[in-house]
Design a protein around this ligand. Structure first.
Ligand SMILES: O=C[C@H](O)COP(=O)(O)O
Length: 317
Protein backbone atom coordinates (compact mmCIF):
# COMPACT_ATOMS: atom_id res chain seq x y z
CA UNK A 1 0.00 0.00 0.00
CA UNK A 2 1.39 3.31 -0.96
CA UNK A 3 -0.04 5.58 1.70
CA UNK A 4 1.36 4.60 5.11
CA UNK A 5 -1.06 7.01 6.80
CA UNK A 6 -4.07 5.04 5.68
CA UNK A 7 -4.19 2.82 8.74
CA UNK A 8 -7.09 1.82 10.90
CA UNK A 9 -6.10 2.14 14.57
CA UNK A 10 -9.18 0.17 15.63
CA UNK A 11 -11.27 0.66 18.73
CA UNK A 12 -12.47 -1.45 21.66
CA UNK A 13 -15.25 -3.87 20.89
CA UNK A 14 -18.59 -2.04 20.72
CA UNK A 15 -21.44 -4.48 20.14
CA UNK A 16 -23.99 -1.68 19.86
CA UNK A 17 -22.65 -0.95 16.35
CA UNK A 18 -23.81 -4.30 15.01
CA UNK A 19 -25.80 -6.34 17.51
CA UNK A 20 -29.22 -5.16 16.37
CA UNK A 21 -28.38 -5.27 12.65
CA UNK A 22 -30.13 -7.75 10.40
CA UNK A 23 -29.52 -7.78 6.66
CA UNK A 24 -32.44 -8.33 4.31
CA UNK A 25 -30.99 -11.01 2.03
CA UNK A 26 -33.52 -10.76 -0.86
CA UNK A 27 -33.01 -6.96 -0.94
CA UNK A 28 -29.21 -7.36 -0.98
CA UNK A 29 -29.48 -9.93 -3.77
CA UNK A 30 -31.78 -7.71 -5.82
CA UNK A 31 -29.49 -4.70 -5.40
CA UNK A 32 -26.45 -6.79 -6.39
CA UNK A 33 -28.24 -8.16 -9.47
CA UNK A 34 -29.21 -4.64 -10.49
CA UNK A 35 -25.59 -3.47 -10.24
CA UNK A 36 -24.53 -6.07 -12.78
CA UNK A 37 -27.03 -4.85 -15.36
CA UNK A 38 -27.38 -1.14 -14.63
CA UNK A 39 -24.51 0.16 -16.69
CA UNK A 40 -23.35 -0.41 -20.19
CA UNK A 41 -19.92 1.09 -20.34
CA UNK A 42 -18.68 2.75 -23.53
CA UNK A 43 -15.59 1.17 -25.04
CA UNK A 44 -13.00 3.72 -23.87
CA UNK A 45 -14.46 3.77 -20.38
CA UNK A 46 -14.50 0.01 -20.27
CA UNK A 47 -10.82 -0.11 -21.21
CA UNK A 48 -10.00 2.48 -18.53
CA UNK A 49 -11.85 0.47 -15.89
CA UNK A 50 -10.07 -2.71 -16.93
CA UNK A 51 -6.70 -0.97 -16.65
CA UNK A 52 -7.75 0.21 -13.21
CA UNK A 53 -8.64 -3.37 -12.28
CA UNK A 54 -5.04 -4.35 -13.08
CA UNK A 55 -3.72 -1.50 -10.90
CA UNK A 56 -5.91 -2.78 -8.07
CA UNK A 57 -5.18 -6.48 -8.54
CA UNK A 58 -3.47 -8.68 -5.95
CA UNK A 59 -2.02 -11.10 -8.47
CA UNK A 60 -2.12 -14.34 -6.53
CA UNK A 61 -0.71 -17.81 -6.39
CA UNK A 62 -1.74 -19.90 -3.39
CA UNK A 63 -1.33 -23.49 -4.47
CA UNK A 64 0.21 -26.51 -2.79
CA UNK A 65 2.63 -26.93 -5.66
CA UNK A 66 3.86 -23.32 -5.72
CA UNK A 67 7.58 -23.00 -6.38
CA UNK A 68 10.01 -20.10 -6.38
CA UNK A 69 10.13 -20.34 -10.18
CA UNK A 70 6.33 -19.98 -10.43
CA UNK A 71 6.42 -17.02 -8.05
CA UNK A 72 9.16 -15.40 -10.14
CA UNK A 73 7.00 -15.81 -13.27
CA UNK A 74 4.03 -14.31 -11.45
CA UNK A 75 6.17 -11.36 -10.36
CA UNK A 76 7.31 -10.81 -13.95
CA UNK A 77 3.62 -10.61 -14.88
CA UNK A 78 2.97 -8.17 -12.00
CA UNK A 79 5.77 -5.91 -13.31
CA UNK A 80 4.46 -6.06 -16.89
CA UNK A 81 0.84 -7.22 -16.81
CA UNK A 82 0.13 -6.38 -20.46
CA UNK A 83 2.04 -7.22 -23.63
CA UNK A 84 4.00 -4.25 -24.98
CA UNK A 85 1.79 -3.71 -28.04
CA UNK A 86 -1.32 -3.51 -25.85
CA UNK A 87 0.32 -1.08 -23.46
CA UNK A 88 1.52 1.09 -26.34
CA UNK A 89 -1.89 0.88 -27.98
CA UNK A 90 -3.44 2.18 -24.78
CA UNK A 91 -0.86 4.96 -24.55
CA UNK A 92 0.31 3.73 -21.15
CA UNK A 93 3.61 3.05 -19.47
CA UNK A 94 4.68 1.80 -16.05
CA UNK A 95 1.48 -0.18 -15.39
CA UNK A 96 1.84 -2.80 -12.65
CA UNK A 97 -0.54 -4.84 -10.52
CA UNK A 98 -1.40 -3.60 -7.02
CA UNK A 99 0.52 -6.38 -5.29
CA UNK A 100 1.57 -10.00 -5.52
CA UNK A 101 -0.02 -12.37 -2.99
CA UNK A 102 1.71 -15.59 -1.92
CA UNK A 103 2.23 -18.03 0.94
CA UNK A 104 4.72 -16.99 3.67
CA UNK A 105 7.48 -19.32 2.46
CA UNK A 106 7.30 -17.68 -0.98
CA UNK A 107 7.61 -14.08 0.28
CA UNK A 108 11.40 -13.91 0.00
CA UNK A 109 11.30 -15.13 -3.62
CA UNK A 110 8.64 -12.55 -4.46
CA UNK A 111 10.54 -9.71 -2.77
CA UNK A 112 13.63 -10.68 -4.75
CA UNK A 113 11.74 -10.85 -8.04
CA UNK A 114 10.11 -7.46 -7.43
CA UNK A 115 13.29 -5.62 -6.50
CA UNK A 116 13.47 -2.16 -8.04
CA UNK A 117 9.69 -1.82 -8.20
CA UNK A 118 7.18 -0.35 -5.74
CA UNK A 119 4.98 -3.46 -5.94
CA UNK A 120 4.29 -4.71 -2.42
CA UNK A 121 4.32 -8.37 -1.50
CA UNK A 122 1.24 -9.57 0.35
CA UNK A 123 1.40 -12.79 2.33
CA UNK A 124 -1.42 -14.88 3.64
CA UNK A 125 -0.86 -16.00 7.22
CA UNK A 126 -2.50 -17.36 10.40
CA UNK A 127 -2.93 -20.91 9.16
CA UNK A 128 -4.46 -19.95 5.80
CA UNK A 129 -6.96 -21.06 4.64
CA UNK A 130 -8.72 -22.70 7.64
CA UNK A 131 -7.04 -20.75 10.44
CA UNK A 132 -7.20 -23.81 12.68
CA UNK A 133 -3.86 -23.42 14.43
CA UNK A 134 -3.10 -22.34 17.99
CA UNK A 135 -3.06 -18.54 18.25
CA UNK A 136 0.67 -18.26 19.19
CA UNK A 137 1.57 -20.16 16.00
CA UNK A 138 -0.73 -17.96 13.92
CA UNK A 139 0.92 -14.85 15.36
CA UNK A 140 4.39 -16.32 14.80
CA UNK A 141 3.49 -16.95 11.16
CA UNK A 142 2.58 -13.28 10.73
CA UNK A 143 5.91 -12.21 12.24
CA UNK A 144 7.74 -14.65 9.97
CA UNK A 145 6.06 -13.26 6.83
CA UNK A 146 6.77 -9.66 7.87
CA UNK A 147 10.37 -10.60 8.61
CA UNK A 148 10.67 -12.10 5.11
CA UNK A 149 9.59 -8.75 3.64
CA UNK A 150 5.80 -8.85 3.32
CA UNK A 151 4.30 -5.35 3.36
CA UNK A 152 0.76 -6.65 3.62
CA UNK A 153 -0.64 -9.57 5.58
CA UNK A 154 -3.88 -11.32 4.67
CA UNK A 155 -5.05 -13.02 7.87
CA UNK A 156 -7.92 -15.49 8.16
CA UNK A 157 -10.37 -15.19 11.03
CA UNK A 158 -11.60 -18.01 13.27
CA UNK A 159 -14.94 -18.83 11.69
CA UNK A 160 -16.07 -20.76 14.80
CA UNK A 161 -15.88 -17.58 16.90
CA UNK A 162 -18.02 -15.68 14.41
CA UNK A 163 -20.52 -18.53 14.10
CA UNK A 164 -21.08 -18.71 17.83
CA UNK A 165 -21.08 -14.93 18.24
CA UNK A 166 -18.02 -14.87 20.47
CA UNK A 167 -17.25 -11.32 19.40
CA UNK A 168 -14.97 -10.54 22.36
CA UNK A 169 -12.57 -13.37 21.56
CA UNK A 170 -12.75 -12.68 17.84
CA UNK A 171 -11.90 -9.02 18.49
CA UNK A 172 -9.01 -9.96 20.80
CA UNK A 173 -7.55 -12.41 18.26
CA UNK A 174 -7.73 -10.01 15.36
CA UNK A 175 -6.31 -7.16 17.47
CA UNK A 176 -3.37 -9.42 18.43
CA UNK A 177 -2.84 -10.19 14.73
CA UNK A 178 -2.89 -6.49 13.93
CA UNK A 179 -0.22 -5.92 16.54
CA UNK A 180 1.91 -8.75 15.13
CA UNK A 181 1.67 -7.13 11.67
CA UNK A 182 3.50 -4.03 12.90
CA UNK A 183 3.93 -1.69 9.95
CA UNK A 184 2.49 -4.20 7.49
CA UNK A 185 -1.09 -3.46 6.47
CA UNK A 186 -3.58 -6.08 7.55
CA UNK A 187 -6.38 -7.51 5.43
CA UNK A 188 -8.86 -9.63 7.37
CA UNK A 189 -10.29 -12.53 5.36
CA UNK A 190 -13.77 -13.30 6.70
CA UNK A 191 -14.29 -16.48 4.61
CA UNK A 192 -17.86 -15.36 4.04
CA UNK A 193 -18.82 -18.66 2.38
CA UNK A 194 -18.52 -20.20 5.87
CA UNK A 195 -20.52 -17.52 7.72
CA UNK A 196 -24.02 -18.74 6.76
CA UNK A 197 -25.91 -15.41 6.78
CA UNK A 198 -25.41 -11.87 5.54
CA UNK A 199 -26.16 -10.64 9.06
CA UNK A 200 -23.15 -12.66 10.28
CA UNK A 201 -21.10 -11.15 7.44
CA UNK A 202 -22.02 -7.63 8.56
CA UNK A 203 -21.29 -8.33 12.24
CA UNK A 204 -17.99 -10.06 11.51
CA UNK A 205 -16.94 -7.20 9.22
CA UNK A 206 -17.63 -4.70 11.98
CA UNK A 207 -15.70 -6.70 14.61
CA UNK A 208 -12.72 -7.05 12.25
CA UNK A 209 -12.69 -3.29 11.65
CA UNK A 210 -13.08 -2.49 15.35
CA UNK A 211 -10.08 -4.79 15.94
CA UNK A 212 -7.97 -2.77 13.50
CA UNK A 213 -8.25 -4.44 10.08
CA UNK A 214 -7.08 -2.03 7.37
CA UNK A 215 -8.95 -4.03 4.73
CA UNK A 216 -11.78 -6.51 4.92
CA UNK A 217 -11.56 -9.34 2.38
CA UNK A 218 -14.28 -11.79 1.39
CA UNK A 219 -12.66 -15.18 0.89
CA UNK A 220 -9.59 -17.34 0.70
CA UNK A 221 -10.50 -18.79 -2.68
CA UNK A 222 -10.75 -22.18 -0.95
CA UNK A 223 -14.28 -22.04 0.52
CA UNK A 224 -17.19 -23.68 -1.29
CA UNK A 225 -18.56 -20.21 -2.10
CA UNK A 226 -16.11 -17.37 -2.57
CA UNK A 227 -16.62 -13.70 -3.55
CA UNK A 228 -20.22 -12.83 -4.42
CA UNK A 229 -21.81 -9.44 -5.04
CA UNK A 230 -24.45 -9.64 -2.23
CA UNK A 231 -21.74 -10.49 0.31
CA UNK A 232 -19.56 -7.70 -1.06
CA UNK A 233 -22.44 -5.23 -0.85
CA UNK A 234 -22.94 -6.18 2.81
CA UNK A 235 -19.24 -5.74 3.57
CA UNK A 236 -18.86 -2.38 1.84
CA UNK A 237 -21.95 -1.09 3.66
CA UNK A 238 -20.33 -2.18 6.94
CA UNK A 239 -17.16 -0.34 5.86
CA UNK A 240 -19.23 2.73 5.04
CA UNK A 241 -20.93 2.58 8.46
CA UNK A 242 -17.58 2.17 10.22
CA UNK A 243 -16.22 5.17 8.29
CA UNK A 244 -19.25 7.28 9.22
CA UNK A 245 -18.63 6.56 12.91
CA UNK A 246 -14.84 6.82 12.99
CA UNK A 247 -13.75 8.83 9.95
CA UNK A 248 -11.44 5.93 9.00
CA UNK A 249 -11.47 4.64 5.42
CA UNK A 250 -11.37 0.84 5.28
CA UNK A 251 -10.24 -0.98 2.16
CA UNK A 252 -12.19 -3.78 0.53
CA UNK A 253 -10.85 -6.87 -1.24
CA UNK A 254 -13.15 -9.31 -2.96
CA UNK A 255 -11.25 -12.53 -3.65
CA UNK A 256 -11.82 -16.03 -4.86
CA UNK A 257 -13.48 -17.35 -7.98
CA UNK A 258 -13.37 -14.10 -9.96
CA UNK A 259 -12.06 -14.92 -13.43
CA UNK A 260 -13.48 -12.54 -16.00
CA UNK A 261 -13.17 -8.94 -17.12
CA UNK A 262 -16.90 -8.69 -16.49
CA UNK A 263 -16.27 -9.59 -12.83
CA UNK A 264 -13.67 -6.84 -12.64
CA UNK A 265 -16.20 -4.33 -13.99
CA UNK A 266 -19.06 -5.49 -11.75
CA UNK A 267 -17.03 -5.16 -8.57
CA UNK A 268 -15.76 -1.72 -9.53
CA UNK A 269 -19.32 -0.57 -10.25
CA UNK A 270 -20.31 -1.81 -6.80
CA UNK A 271 -17.49 0.15 -5.18
CA UNK A 272 -18.20 3.31 -7.16
CA UNK A 273 -21.90 3.24 -6.32
CA UNK A 274 -21.55 2.33 -2.65
CA UNK A 275 -18.32 4.03 -1.57
CA UNK A 276 -17.48 6.47 -4.36
CA UNK A 277 -14.61 6.87 -6.81
CA UNK A 278 -12.18 7.68 -3.96
CA UNK A 279 -12.16 3.96 -3.24
CA UNK A 280 -11.19 2.87 -6.76
CA UNK A 281 -7.47 2.89 -6.11
CA UNK A 282 -5.02 0.33 -4.72
CA UNK A 283 -4.88 1.96 -1.28
CA UNK A 284 -8.54 1.10 -0.71
CA UNK A 285 -9.53 -1.55 -3.22
CA UNK A 286 -7.96 -4.82 -4.34
CA UNK A 287 -9.20 -7.63 -6.49
CA UNK A 288 -7.71 -10.90 -5.24
CA UNK A 289 -7.40 -13.23 -8.21
CA UNK A 290 -5.16 -15.95 -9.57
CA UNK A 291 -6.77 -16.20 -13.01
CA UNK A 292 -8.50 -12.97 -14.00
CA UNK A 293 -5.65 -11.08 -15.64
CA UNK A 294 -5.69 -13.27 -18.77
CA UNK A 295 -9.28 -12.34 -19.64
CA UNK A 296 -8.65 -8.65 -18.93
CA UNK A 297 -5.59 -8.76 -21.19
CA UNK A 298 -7.64 -10.40 -23.96
CA UNK A 299 -10.35 -7.75 -23.70
CA UNK A 300 -7.80 -4.96 -23.81
CA UNK A 301 -6.06 -6.52 -26.80
CA UNK A 302 -9.40 -6.64 -28.60
CA UNK A 303 -9.93 -2.99 -27.71
CA UNK A 304 -6.51 -2.01 -29.07
CA UNK A 305 -6.38 -4.18 -32.19
CA UNK A 306 -10.05 -4.71 -32.97
CA UNK A 307 -9.41 -8.48 -33.07
CA UNK A 308 -10.34 -11.05 -30.43
CA UNK A 309 -7.32 -12.95 -29.12
CA UNK A 310 -7.24 -16.68 -28.47
CA UNK A 311 -6.91 -17.58 -24.78
CA UNK A 312 -3.66 -19.54 -25.27
CA UNK A 313 -1.90 -16.29 -26.16
CA UNK A 314 -2.35 -15.01 -22.62
CA UNK A 315 -1.81 -18.20 -20.75
CA UNK A 316 -0.50 -17.06 -17.39
CA UNK A 317 -2.81 -15.59 -14.72
O1 LIG B 1 -6.72 -14.06 -2.33
C1 LIG B 1 -6.93 -14.50 -3.43
C2 LIG B 1 -7.62 -15.76 -3.71
O2 LIG B 1 -7.05 -16.80 -3.02
C3 LIG B 1 -7.60 -16.04 -5.17
O3 LIG B 1 -8.59 -16.97 -5.46
P1 LIG B 1 -8.73 -17.56 -6.94
O4 LIG B 1 -7.58 -18.51 -7.10
O5 LIG B 1 -10.05 -18.21 -6.95
O6 LIG B 1 -8.63 -16.41 -7.90
Amino acid sequence: MTDPHLRNPGISLDRSWFEEITINTPAAEARAAHLGTSRSLKKEWQAAWLVNAIRCMDLTTLAGDDTEARVARLCAKARAPLADHILTGLGLEGLTTGAVCVYPTMVAAAVKALQGTAIPVASVATGFPAGLMPLPLRLAEIRYAVDQGAAEIDIVISRALALRGDWAQLHDEIAAMREACGAAHMKAILATGDLQTLSNVYKTSMVAMQAGADFIKTSTGKEGVNATLPVSLTMVRAARDYGARTGVKIGFKPAGGMKTAKDALNWQILIKEELGTDWLKPDLFRLGASSMLGDIERQLETHVTGRYAASHRHALA
